[in-house]
Design a protein around this ligand. Structure first.
Ligand SMILES: [Fe+2]
Length: 376
């Protein structure tokens, strides 16, 4: 049932209201006789992508297909030589709070990615041409005790998707989005002349609260039986000088060394604007948290404001994720912002390659033997 949660920090201004009502951004997936998203769904999905920067397609994958995706994730996560991602939070990765790693371009993984691309071709095509590269295929797992990421934008010019291969509850940390904050030419028309500045103010306000939320949580974990801190973990997450943009690291916060949120973003002018524009910010932007059911796929523009929340449940949260470029991508920026598996770097693939790749999947809701072949 839809509701909302409040993240509360230390002082009055930093209450963060997060709605779990995502119905305005959802399209129940219906497939046509060829196994692609039906025209009416495509129209709705494109309208949501344009307006809000995201769309949540419920029931896009059948249970068998989602199980196949989960099998691929398990195979990868169980591999001691897996390729860990260099983004998100490396400190969380180090202390087994998260396990973000890229999937190899094996035939089953490629077939699973191709199934998603072919089913969503009409939604992705207006953004991504056939020659545009597949940037990464990853799996995103978070565990109890992970940090709440700061609200951020991923590098622009990318369409990303998360596929829920099992039910993800809000407690497990379904992704948080700020709908309508994608960067596009019409933003000023939609949100007014100060659109970008107001988005940044909203982001700063959210991140202030997230900093305190993470600190309070870590402090509580010192005596936690469920998610005890490892030796050195508290220091690494709060005082380390090592690069990590999603920890409540006070050293890097104070030194201005965190590009997502630092003290230098809280000058007197910004604090005054946060106070003076507080009501306008509430009217313009709102946070939603997704709790996708098994088989749901979330498609979003990479520069939409979003964050991976902390997992507050004992069950791990897992997603299958992939990203496609909307244009030419300079390899250095690609490899800095995304985490292609070495096999994908060695043999790059484009959106067109995935559209042409054979799949063995059957349409959603149709019992199929073929989806199981994805993990064989
Ligand atoms: Fe992100």
């Amino acid at each position: 049932m839809a509701g909302c949660r409040i993240i509360i920090g230390q002082i009055g201004m930093n209450k963060l209201k997060v709605s779990s009502d995502t119905s305005a951004f959802e399209v129940p997936a219906v497939l046509d006789e060829t196994g692609k998203l039906a025209n009416d769904c495509v129209r709705q999905a494109l309208a949501m992508m344009d307006t809000h920067g995201l769309v949540i397609l419920t029931g896009l994958l059948s249970d068998a297909e989602a199980d196949a995706g989960l099998g691929l994730i398990r195979q990868t996560v169980d591999d001691p030589d897996r390729n860990r991602c260099a983004f998100a939070s490396q400190t969380d990765n180090r202390y087994q709070r998260r396990d973000f790693c890229s999937l190899p371009s094996s035939p089953p993984v490629t077939q699973f990615a191709a199934t998603l691309c072919q089913r969503l071709e009409a939604v992705i095509s207006p953004y991504c041409g056939r020659p545009h590269p597949l940037l990464e295929v990853t799996t995103l797992t978070s565990y109890l005790g992970s940090s709440h990421q700061y609200i951020h934008r991923d590098p622009s010019g990318v369409i990303s998707m998360f596929a829920a291969v099992e039910d993800v509850s809000e407690q497990q940390g379904g992704t948080v989005f700020v709908p309508g904050t994608q960067l596009f030419d019409g933003a000023k028309h939609k949100h007014g002349a100060e659109a970008t500045a107001m988005m940044e103010l909203f982001r700063t306000r959210c991140n202030y609260t997230i900093l305190w939320h993470n600190l309070k949580k870590l402090w509580g974990m010192r005596k936690s039986a469920e998610a005890p801190l490892a030796s050195g973990e508290f220091f690494d997450r709060v005082f380390s000088t090592k690069w990590d943009e999603h920890q409540p690291n006070l050293t890097r916060f104070a030194l201005g060394k965190n590009s997502q949120f630092s003290l230098r973003m809280l000058g007197p002018g910004t604090l005054w604007k946060l106070y003076r524009r507080r009501k306008a910010l509430d009217k313009m932007f709102a946070l939603i948290q997704t709790a996708p059911g098994k088989g749901t796929v979330i498609l979003y523009q990479s520069d939409l404001l979003h964050a991976g929340p902390d997992n507050r449940a004992p069950q791990p949260r897992r997603f299958f994720s992939m990203s496609l470029a909307r244009g030419f991508v300079e390899p250095k920026l690609w490899h800095d912002g995304y985490s292609p598996h070495p096999t994908l770097k060695a043999q790059p693939m484009s959106f067109g390659d995935l559209l042409d790749c054979p799949t063995h999947s059957a349409p959603s809701g149709v019992p199929d033997d073929h989806a199981e072949a994805l993990v064989s």
